[in-house]
Design a protein around this ligand. Structure first.
Ligand SMILES: Nc1nc2c(ncn2[C@@H]2O[C@H](COP(=O)(O)OP(=O)(O)O)[C@@H](O)[C@H]2O)c(=O)[nH]1
Ligand SMILES: [Mg+2]
Length: 255
């Protein structure tokens, strides 16, 4: 019926079919004062990004002041709440800022670009990750990284568990299942909230977006980050990552 206003027939001004034109970068950061400045400077050179939100997750260094000095929007967790909660808080800030931009705006909400704080200059290369999302060819684009300059890593078993788990639960074999650099439409992001906890967030996102019939692509991007070494801190990081990835997979087994 012409003029019908039922939800099935009414055109949704924010709905499918309309593409985001701009990107909000969300940078979760814990004690990244030494690298964050270079990362933010590089991000300012990514054309599609017109809003940057740094989430200081209980840092004890100058992360927050570095973020402010570089003109980023900031939000701070007084205590460390983990990467997933940092991503959620960052997205909330974007939502709030867009609401404050005014009622007259009919723009499609910005896509979100999650960016690790330790990429430094290489963050300038993230524009290519946004292209398929802004073009409407993907709901989520995940960066794959080239071999890193510094030797290290050693996440082989966590990566394998993540890859196998995603394949089993969602039928896709990801090249780099733990990659944190992702561009995603707001629609796809909001549909999968709440995020998997802690370091399980990437695996959870991938499984959930795929299960929602989202189009997910992996895009090679020239990115370099601090490679986690083999010391005690690194081993702890790996253990937590293992625990969180295993949990994210486990809770999705029934879904
Ligand atoms: N929110 C939050 N972010 C963290 C935490 N620890 C590290 N990060 C951020 O998560 C990203 C990836 O961390 P990183 O230590 O580089 O891990 P890796 O790349 O897997 O070796 C970086 O942006 C860190 O600043 C944390 O406890 N909470
Ligand atoms: Mg890193």
């Amino acid at each position: 019926m012409p003029g019908a206003t039922d939800s099935a027939g009414a055109p949704d001004p924010q709905g499918p079919g309309r593409l985001p034109e701009r990107v909000a970068a969300v940078v979760p950061a814990k004690d990244e004062g030494a690298r964050l400045g270079a990362t933010l400077e590089a991000l300012s050179r990514v054309e599609s990004v017109d809003l940057v939100v740094v989430v200081d997750d209980g840092s004890t260094d100058e992360t927050l002041s570095v973020a402010r000095r570089h003109g980023a929007e900031t939000v701070r967790h007084e205590t460390n709440m983990g990467k997933a909660q940092a991503m959620t808080s960052g997205a909330e800030v974007v939502r709030r800022l867009e609401a404050a931009e005014g009622q007259h705006r009919t723009d499609v909400p910005r896509a979100l670009l999650f960016v690790d704080a330790d990429l430094e200059d290489s963050a300038a290369n993230l524009g290519v990750l946004c292209v398929p999302v802004l073009a409407g060819d993907a709901d989520m684009a995940i960066a794959t990284l080239p071999p890193q300059r510094t030797a290290g890593g050693g996440f082989g078993f966590v990566v394998q568990m993540a890859r196998d788990g995603i394949a089993q639960l969602a039928g896709r074999t990801m090249v780099q299942p733990l990659s944190g650099m992702r561009c995603i439409t707001r629609e796809a992001f909001e549909a999968v909230l709440p995020l998997a906890r802690g370091w399980g967030v990437e695996v959870g996102l991938t499984v959930d977006v795929l299960r929602n019939k989202g189009r997910v692509v992996e895009v090679p991007v020239e990115l370099h980050h601090r490679v986690t070494g083999r010391g005690l801190r690194a081993q702890l990081h790996r253990m937590r990552q293992y625990r969180d990835v295993a949990r994210a997979l486990k809770v999705r087994e029934r879904g």
